[in-house]
Design a protein. Structure first.
Length: 229
């Protein structure tokens, strides 16, 4: 009887340790389900009736298919950054700062796309060249419509991931990592225009929004003040 009771206690302690270690994933998983559901709905419904986004500078930006590489690297870049902060106990506050930054911008993007459906007409009717990069872009375009673009989440989240790395004390002595992060973030930002996924306006507004959120989340540190209270 005593051994059974001790095993029961051990199981409960194991469950508690597991919960304490991984409960911080819940807001991330819940939000991603919420975001993908809403975004998929927008992609299915916003197809022809939308506000066309265009700036004169867009006509002078060349189509450079090689930039599909940093564009696709965005998915790993943001995911790895968030998980790296999650799995380190000393960066839990940095993890929540990062989520606050990302989720705020992504929610504003969903609201804007819902209230003001938008898109662009920048994609070439025919690929100027035939190579592995243009075929990758063609595959991307088949699954990703040229709608729901403003502000660019690729740009905004790239800056959010870099800010999270640059402002985390866990990485303050990793100068090479921080420099590589900045280089990757900048190449992703350029890629959104070079492969005709976004107008310069999408990029400019995303950078502006990211600058505002940087001040609120990292300079004013509104999240940490809330925790302290």
């Amino acid at each position: 009887m005593r051994e059974r009771f001790e095993r029961f206690i051990q199981k409960n302690e194991t469950r508690q340790k597991f919960w304490d270690q991984y409960k911080h994933l819940l807001p991330l998983l819940a939000y991603m389900l919420f975001y993908m559901t809403w975004w998929s709905h927008l992609e299915d419904t916003v197809t022809t009736d939308f506000r066309v986004i265009h700036m004169g500078i867009d006509d002078h930006i060349p189509f450079l298919e090689v930039f599909i590489i940093p564009y696709m690297a965005w998915f790993a870049y943001v995911s790895v950054t968030v998980l790296a902060l999650f799995f380190r106990d000393e960066t839990k506050k940095d993890y929540y700062r990062c989520l606050t930054f990302l989720f705020t911008g992504m929610t504003l993007f969903l609201l804007i796309s819902t209230l003001m459906p938008n898109g662009h007409q920048l994609r070439p009717a025919v690929m100027p060249r035939d190579n592995v990069f243009t075929r990758m872009i063609a595959a991307l375009w088949r699954s990703d419509t040229p709608t729901n673009l403003w502000p660019s989440i690729h740009v905004y989240n790239s800056l959010g991931a870099h800010f999270a790395i640059a402002k985390s004390k866990a990485f303050e002595h990793h100068k090479v990592l921080r420099a590589a992060s900045l280089a990757l973030a900048l190449s992703i930002i350029l890629s959104t225009m070079f492969i005709k996924q976004h107008s310069f306006f999408d990029v400019l507004t995303a950078i502006t929004l990211a600058a505002i959120m940087y001040v609120l989340v990292y300079k004013k540190d509104i999240l940490n003040r809330h925790f302290d209270r």
